[in-house]
Design a protein around this ligand. Structure first.
Ligand code: ATP
Ligand code: MG
Length: 638
């Protein structure tokens, strides 16, 4: 019935007013081994069980069910500008590799419900391992490859894996990073010890094996070349995986996800949001260590019968290892990519490259570029939109949600995007804005509030915090007075057309002389200055005003940093801009020019760390940070 609707408002209304009918229809997008008897069980809110009584399997839906129609079609296209290798696995080949991996894991003792931790670079075996776990009903927990021993150890401790799948190492910008020593050290630090390690060796870094515990994938694969491992038919509510949030605001949370709801959510999002079609190619530039990698490198595109590009390497490096800012566009041309997914932070990197690279390749296959993970500032959006000449679709979501919360559902109705807005609530999400302390719902356009989601949360949404229901409830569902709503901890605003704008995280709001200002708004204003490449604004304690804003700016032309007169002039211009856009109250007390900003490994700005440095406090857990050296520069420039 929805398929006859061409109007997104009607589509959305049905999803929230008749959720059972709506989701029962979406559930037809996947294969069920046993049909479900109840669409949504939310008898015990905020816990929700979708598709109760149904049995299915993620791996079956991603791989096996495509064998009949598209066995020879590319499933995974693995491209590494780090090793110079490019390898394509058809659905048939993927089916075989996944069964070899599943049989190897079984040989190491893995059974349904066991945890398998995956600590790997962007190599095909990482996807084999995820799919093999799904096939067996084992719970995977992917940890971003290259995370330091300490953060890896805390995740091993939390997930208590029976087996860890890893590799000799990863590589970044041509520099190999040995994983095995990091992993061995993490296991030493953890009180939980895995029974076995399964290790892929690409000859990037030396690897010492522990006899009896460590096994080479090449050996086990050889022993299971003809393995046939059937998919375990799992309850829809069976846990498929756990994944940790990025840790931008503090200690990462172990997000737990189901099987049936997730499969349906992904299949529906590929159709209604990404508008990706079977037989086409999807290219997400993320990493399997993040939720985007789970949903839109591995499971989503494959469930939709699409080929998925798995790319290892920098966006600015060619297959020969030499600088090449056009590598991604080259891949779009070569594999006729129709849907691409990246992050604003990556686009900002590309913005520093020769603009001619955007016209050098035939990008005519591309229908849209989706960007998520961070606020998409208008200058970046305009630059890439003018360069690619396809819709740039901002989408707002979280590790917790598993798929977009706010965006444009292009597959339903091609509504226009608005610069600065990720769009409108996606079907199934009852998004509201609430007053942070009174819990009052804000219904007027232009009112600022905390973005919350009412129960029941849609399929694909986190089930709970792994092994910690209390943390799930207390962290997410009890933070708004008198209301049981899911708190996104993001600050937003809605305009008269129902489009939302994200103003930043709730802990990024600063209070200047009693006025609450979103740091994001100030950043948006500053990033409109022609010289500004990137900016971070934080609130710093001030005896007089409570807090003042401090701006740290990366300039497009780094040489200006050393020029005192030019810096002063720029600082004045930037302050004037903020005065004009937001008023003098929002004007940063200082504008400091730096060569880089501290970010998480997923490219998110770590305002919390900048703020701590500015206030001369302990910076706390920085394990998710890309390059701790950049904090030193900020300290020096305070
Ligand atoms: P932690 O929860 O551990 O602090 P994190 O919130 O950075 O880490 P993620 O789940 O990866 O971990 O990120 C989700 C957050 O990223 C959102 O809550 C929001 O703050 C931000 N975000 C994601 N997409 C967008 C977007 N399109 N526009 C603005 N902000 C976004
Ligand atoms: Mg978060």
């Amino acid at each position: 019935m929805q398929n006859t609707l061409t109007n997104y408002s009607d589509f959305y209304r049905q999803s929230v007013e008749q959720p059972d009918a709506f989701w029962a229809e979406q559930a037809q997008l996947i294969d069920w081994h046993q049909p479900f008897s109840r669409v949504c069980n939310d008898d015990n809110p905020p816990f929700v069980r979708w598709f109760e009584g149904g049995k299915t399997n993620l791996c079956h839906n991603a791989v096996d069910r495509h064998l009949a129609a598209r066995a020879e079609q590319a499933a995974l296209i693995c491209v590494s500008s780090e090793t110079g290798q490019e390898k394509i696995y058809s659905f048939k080949a993927l089916h075989q590799e996944v069964q070899r991996m599943a049989a190897s894991l079984q040989a190491l003792g893995v059974q349904q419900g066991d945890r398998v931790l995956i600590y790997m670079p962007m190599m095909a075996e990482a996807a084999f391992a995820m799919l093999a776990c799904a096939r067996l009903g084992a719970i995977h927990c992917v940890v971003f490859g290259g995370f330091a021993s300490g953060s890896l150890a805390s995740r091993i401790e939390d997930a208590t894996p029976k087996v860890i799948v890893s590799a000799d190492g990863g590589s970044r910008g041509g520099k190999a990073l040995a994983y095995k020593p990091l992993l061995d050290e993490a296991i030493r630090l953890s009180s939980h010890k895995p029974q076995a390690l399964l290790l892929a060796d690409r000859g990037l870094a030396p690897m010492a094996l522990v006899a009896g515990r460590d096994h080479l994938w090449s050996d086990l694969r050889e022993q299971h070349l003809d393995a046939q491992v059937a998919c375990a038919w799992l309850d829809a509510a069976a846990v498929s995986y756990t994944i940790y949030t990025s840790g931008t605001t503090g200690k990462p949370k172990g997000v737990q996800r189901d099987t049936g709801g997730y499969a349906v959510a992904l299949a529906a999002s590929l159709k209604h949001i990404f508008d990706g079609r079977a037989g086409e190619t999807f290219f997400s530039t993320s990493d399997i260590g993040w939720v985007v990698g789970h949903s839109y490198i591995v499971y989503g595109p494959l469930i939709a019968g699409m080929s998925s590009i798995m790319y290892e390497g920098l966006p600015t490096q060619g297959m020969d290892g030499k600088p090449n800012g056009g590598i991604w566009w080259q891949l779009v041309e070569k594999y006729r990519v129709t849907v691409m997914f990246s992050a604003p932070t990556a686009v900002r990197v590309l913005k520093k490259q020769d603009p001619a690279l955007l016209t050098k390749y035939d990008l005519s296959s591309l229908r849209a570029l989706f960007l998520a993970g961070e606020p998409l500032d208008e200058p970046t959006a305009r630059w890439i939109s003018e360069g690619l000449k396809v819709p740039i679709i901002d989408n707002y979501w979280q590790t917790e949600s598993g798929w977009p919360i706010l965006t444009i559902a292009n597959g339903v109705e091609k509504k226009p995007s608005k610069f600065g807005s990720p769009g409108v609530p996606m079907y199934g999400y009852k998004v509201k804005l609430m007053h942070e302390t009174s819990g009052e719902e804000l219904t007027q356009p232009g009112e600022k509030g905390v973005l919350v989601i009412e129960s029941p949360t849609p399929p694909g949404f986190m089930q709970t915090v792994w092994q910690d229901d209390a943390r799930f409830i207390n962290t997410y569902w009890k933070s708004i007075a008198g209301k049981t709503v899911y708190n996104t901890f993001d600050w937003g605003i809605r305009d008269a057309d129902g489009y939302y704008f994200i103003l930043g995280r709730t802990d990024d709001v600063i209070n200047v002389a009693g006025h609450r200002l979103g740091t994001r708004e100030i950043e948006e204003s500053i990033s409109g200055h022609a010289q500004v490449a990137e900016v971070a604004v934080v609130g710093v304690a001030d005896a007089l005003k409570g807090q003042v804003a401090m701006a740290f700016v990366v300039l497009k032309d780094a040489s200006l940093m050393a020029d005192e007169a030019a810096s002063l002039k720029l600082e004045g211009e930037i302050m004037k801009r903020v005065d004009g856009d937001l008023g003098a109250l929002a004007r940063p007390a200082r504008v400091r020019f730096v060569s880089a900003l501290p970010k998480t490994r997923s490219g998110k700005l770590l305002r919390r760390a900048i703020q701590a440095v500015c206030e001369d406090r302990d910076t706390g857990d920085l394990t998710s940070m890309e390059d701790p050296a950049v904090l030193q520069q900020i300290r020096e420039r305070m």
